[in-house]
Structures are given as C-alpha cells and as structure tokens.
Design a protein around this ligand. Structure first.
Ligand SMILES: [Ca+2]
Ligand SMILES: [Ca+2]
Length: 616
C-alpha cells in the first residue's frame, strides 16, 4: 500500500513549459512520489493536497477503515481529539474534539477535523493520536496556476494540429453519414478536442467546455496567464491561454455548424475503440479503409445509430442551445479584439438558437457498435442558457422572456438528489443558464434563479451527512458531478451572500484534491508533489508518458455495481487501493479501468471555472 504521509510537500505546479516537466520526469522527479512508507494504522487523515485559503473553511477527514480489528471499530465511534502541528512538531492549534460522522464507503467511521480557525499561512500536519496527515498547506496562493494547469490537458487533446505531438492528427475529417441528402459528402471539420482517451468528438461536450472556459476567463481574468500561442505551442501571443483554448474550440464548432440548416453533432463513433493507440496512429476503419475519413453525424431529430444500437434523439435543441450560448458569449469576448469574428459568432448564435426553437428536443450522441452513448434527456437547460446569453448580447427582450420560461421548466437539474442517472442523462451537470439569467434579470428574476440553485443544492446536501459531506450519485464521471455541485454552490453564494452550503462546497473541492477515501487528487499532476493518478486509461500516457496527461481530470469513483458490469473492464495491475475499495464505491489507478480512471475533456474544461475562482 502506498500512502499518504511522508513525501508530500504540497507545492502547486507553477506555470512552466511542458519541456521543464519532461526534464523533471527524466530525472525521476515524479516517480519518487509514488512509493512511501506503509500505513501503520488502519486510520488515515485525508486532506486537500492543493491547500486551504487562510480565510476559508479547512477540514481534514479521518477515515477508520473497515478492516480494523474487532472492537476497535466500536471504540473509535466515540469522539476523538486532534491537534494541528507545524512542521517542527510545535502545536499550532490546540486540541479539538471531533465526533464520528458515521460510516462511508470503506470507512467504518469518519471524522471531520475542522481547523478553520487556524488562519496563519504555513505548513502543518493534522494529528489525531498516532495518525498524521500529509503536509497541509495554508496559503492565499494555494490555487495559483491551478486553472492554467488544466489547460495543459486541453491542449494535449487537440485534434487537427496537436501541440503535444507536434503533428497533425485526424487530417481527413470527415465524411457525412446519416443525412437525408448529403451522406458520403466530405466536409472539413478538422480541429476541436478528443473527448477522452478515445478520439470521438462531440459538440455537446466541446461546446460546454468552451463555454465554461470563456466564462472562467471573463469572470476571473487574472486566473490565467499567457504562456502559449494560439496553436498550443509554448510562446506568448498577447492572449490569455484560456481564450486561446476556447478559440480552438470555437473554430471547430463553427465548422460543425456551417450553414443555417446543417447542424453537425458528432465526429467519429465508437468504432474508434477498435484501436488503443496515440491519435497519429489511429487506424480505425469506418468502412472505407483504415485511417481514412471519420464519419460526421448531423442532428436529425430522429433516433440515430448506423448499426443495431440507436439513441433516443427527438430534436436539435440540446445541441442548438449549446452552440447558441457558446457563440453568444464568445461574440461578447471578441467584440473589442476581433470584431469580424465577433460578428460571425453572433450570426451563428442566432441561427443556432432558431434551429433549437424549430426542433425542440434532444440531439443525443450516436452509438456505433457499443451500447454506450451520451443519453442526454434535457434540452430546456441548454435553450435557457442560449436565450440568456443572446439577451446579454443583443438586449432583445424576447430572449429574456424565453430564458425565464425555459428556466421554470427545469428549476433543478434532475440528477441533484437522485441515487442514479443514465450516462450524461442530465447534461451539463451544472445549468449555467440560471446564473446567466440571474446576471440580466430584475430583482424578482434574480431571486427566482437563486431559489432554483438553492433547491438543487438542498437536495444534494440532504444526502451528505457522511464525514466527506458528499451527496452526489456515484454514476460514471462522478467527478463531474462533484465539480458541478461545488461550482453551483459557489455561484449561489456569490449571488446571495448566503453561506449555508459553504461547508459542502469546500468538501466537494477538497474531495477532488485528495479528501476522499483513496487520498488521491483526481487531477493528474495537481499538485505535482501530491498523490495523483499515474496510470490513467490513456494510450498517450502509456506510450509517451504520464506527463502528457498533466491537468486531466479523471472520471472518479463509481458504484461498485457500475464497475462490475461494464464491458471489457479489468485491472491490469494489483490494486494499490484495494484497502479502500471495500465499500459501495470504487476507484482504481489502473490503465484498465475506463470507468473511474480515464481523463475526460469536458470535465477538465468545466473545472476551470472553480479553480479560476479560487485563484489569488
Ligand atoms: Ca496565449
Ligand atoms: Ca441539457
């Protein structure tokens, strides 16, 4: 078992070039972080490895694992005391008591060790008896460079020219399929990002990631730096790197919506999964030869799937709304710096929205040979966001009326409070529409939007009495839900000044960076000196090196039943987390586990907002 304790220094990754990272790895800088001293007891203290802001909430979570000797579990249910020490062992916070918060997953007991009253920046350990936490960092700059680090992964996912490989990938995109009149026609839709460790590309996820990056840099302009050029190679170009990355997405989205009646939704399909190789060697065969053109799927408003499996598509609006909101927000972003581009974005935003009005319903992704697809069922959230952003752009009142109407049709994103959901059934996980409406609505409208967010947060919190304070369902891509919950709580707090969900917001953020049963950050290389996924489901990682995956958010833990029932899933190596995979949720740092350890583009892009908000 590798742990926890001895080698972590909790240094966030400073902005620097990938070349420096490669050099660090060549000298063994990262590998040494993996193996540390064995756990001496069956209790561990989990912390946010990135650190805590001096004036923010600070909680570590103690987990007493269920393999404790009989009798011990009963004993630890009683209150415990803990202290906080500085790195010399001197007491920085006197003894505090903590009561058991009950069982959770592999933990027979959990305890919340709240040290929020310690505000002095520095490095500490939380100590309970003979159990010591890793080094805890309290620092106003704990999140400096964190949002930028996510962008390393986004650049690495680029299709077209890929800056990590310094080569172009998927040069023949693509041939239209499933179109009433244009099937077989070539259309240039090169660019965008691969969705995950496979190379499928979806408007659903790409537009959402683009939107959130645009919003993150608009709201928190100082969170991002300028260390990369438009093509993703190192270099300064006078544009923050979040906008560079968003523009890479926008250029692809414009190709995918080339005229007012042709709205493409997807590039490639799961026949891509026949090969597990880096994208330059992708030799998937879509029926016209290996490594040739990839299929481009339009929205048709009808169930799609070229083989036996079909989705349940009913319209265009889920995709059309995402195009509209992303283009409209981008039009405002480029109004000053590139008016011609802004004008085109505005025109495409209006056209996309009109198609969404004409064809209400879902445009789901199309399955190929496998039974999996993104089963998005809600579209009013997407049209709400599109309408709100179009109102912000045009100031035309009917858009605001539309947005308010759509908002009332789905006040709470339905996964909130649920035990489970289909794959990407309620997407995006966070409805940014309510926030976009709040920004432009009158007093009554603002109160309504805040109330909608509050209702969703209450439903999750009602399930979160455990010591980790988590109430999300552990469906596939649970880290997306954790990130969405924290972001919604943040937006609600900023809207209202109401701090009632602050503890849960912090707990979700802490979970993503190590305050979880496994004690691992869910973002590759963040912080570089911490514990994070070294063996993700990724051909790039396997063939070239883990450093290519820097900044990638992995799927996160799933219900055991999900892991055990997915096709073709098995671990390649002994499970270093076996001790913590005894409960109802599992996470494996293993190449073979595509359910919990695959980096995901949309989740990474969406996390930029939360980390930008935490930046100094
Ligand atoms: Ca730049
Ligand atoms: Ca939706």
């Amino acid at each position: 078992m590798w742990s926890d304790h001895s080698v972590m220094t909790n240094r966030p990754l400073p902005p620097r070039s990938i070349l420096t990272l490669l050099a660090a790895l060549a000298t063994g800088g990262a590998a040494s972080n993996r193996l540390t001293t064995p756990v001496s007891t069956s209790s561990v203290i989990r912390i946010n490895q990135l650190g805590y802001l001096p004036n923010g909430p600070k909680t570590a979570v103690m987990c007493v694992t269920s393999d404790s000797t009989p009798g011990a579990a009963a004993a630890v249910a009683s209150p415990i005391t803990f202290v906080v020490q500085d790195t010399t062992g001197r007491q920085a916070l006197g003894a505090r008591r903590a009561s058991s918060a009950g069982a959770f997953g592999p933990c027979a007991q959990t305890y919340r060790l709240d040290f929020s009253s310690l505000r002095t920046p520095g490095r500490y350990r939380v100590v309970a008896g003979d159990v010591r936490s890793p080094i805890v960092r309290i620092d106003a700059r704990a999140y400096a460079g964190a949002a930028d680090t996510l962008l390393y992964y986004m650049r690495q996912q680029r299709s077209g020219f890929n800056p990590t490989l310094r080569d172009s990938v998927h040069k023949r995109d693509g041939l239209i399929v499933d179109h009433p009149t244009r099937t077989g026609e070539f259309v240039n839709v090169s660019g965008g990002w691969a969705d995950a460790a496979d190379y499928l590309q979806y408007v659903t996820t790409s537009a959402t990631a683009t939107y959130v990056m645009l919003k993150a840099r608009a709201d928190y302009p100082r969170a991002f730096s300028d260390n990369f050029a438009a093509n993703g190679l190192p270099g300064v170009n006078g544009v923050d790197d979040a906008l560079d990355e968003a523009r890479h997405g926008l250029e692809w989205l414009l190709r995918m919506f080339p005229d007012d009646s042709t709205m493409f939704n997807q590039l490639a399909d799961d026949r891509d999964h026949s090969f597990f190789d880096i994208p330059t060697n992708d030799s998937s065969d879509y029926g016209w030869g290996k490594g040739k053109e990839r299929p481009v799927y339009p929205c048709t408003g009808k169930p799609q799937g070229l083989f036996s499996g079909k989705n349940r598509a009913t319209g265009y609006a889920s995709t059309a709304g995402k195009y509209a909101s992303t283009f409209a927000l981008a039009a405002r972003a480029y109004a000053g710096s590139d008016p011609a581009f802004a004008k085109r974005l505005r025109e495409r935003a209006l056209a996309a929205y009109a198609l969404g009005v004409k064809y209400p319903g879902n445009c789901q992704t199309a399955p190929g040979r496998a039974p999996y697809f993104y089963e998005e069922e809600n579209w009013v959230d997407d049209m709400e966001l599109g309408a709100a952003e179009l109102f912000a752009l045009t100031k035309e009142r009917p858009f605001l009326d539309d947005a308010l109407g759509f908002a009332a049709r789905e006040p709470v994103t339905p996964w909130m409070g649920a035990d489970t959901a289909r794959h990407y059934e309620w997407y995006p996980w966070l409805n940014h529409g309510h926030d976009a409406v709040w920004r432009v609505a009158d007093g009554a409208g603002k109160r309504q939007m805040a109330a909608y967010y509050r209702q969703g947060l209450e439903r999750v919190v009602a399930r979160a009495s455990n010591g980790f304070r988590v109430g999300i369902p552990f469906i596939w891509c649970s880290n997306n839900l954790m990130s969405a919950f924290a972001t919604q709580a943040l937006l609600y707090r900023r809207m209202t000044g109401d701090n009632r969900f602050r503890e849960y917001e912090a707990a979700a953020l802490d979970w993503l960076f190590g305050a979880n049963p496994w004690g691992t950050s869910m973002v590759i290389g963040l912080p570089w000196s911490g514990t994070w996924p070294h063996d993700p489901h990724s051909a790039m990682s396997k063939q070239i090196g883990i450093e290519t995956q820097l900044g990638g958010l992995v799927d996160g833990p799933v219900y055991r039943s999900i892991f055990e029932n997915l096709r073709g899933i098995h671990l390649f190596d002994p499970d270093e987390y076996a001790m913590y995979n005894t409960g109802f949720i599992v996470y494996h740092d293993d190449l073979g586990d595509y359910s919990s350890n695959e980096p995901i583009m949309d989740g990474t892009g969406m996390l930029t907002y939360l980390l930008a908000a935490m930046a100094p």
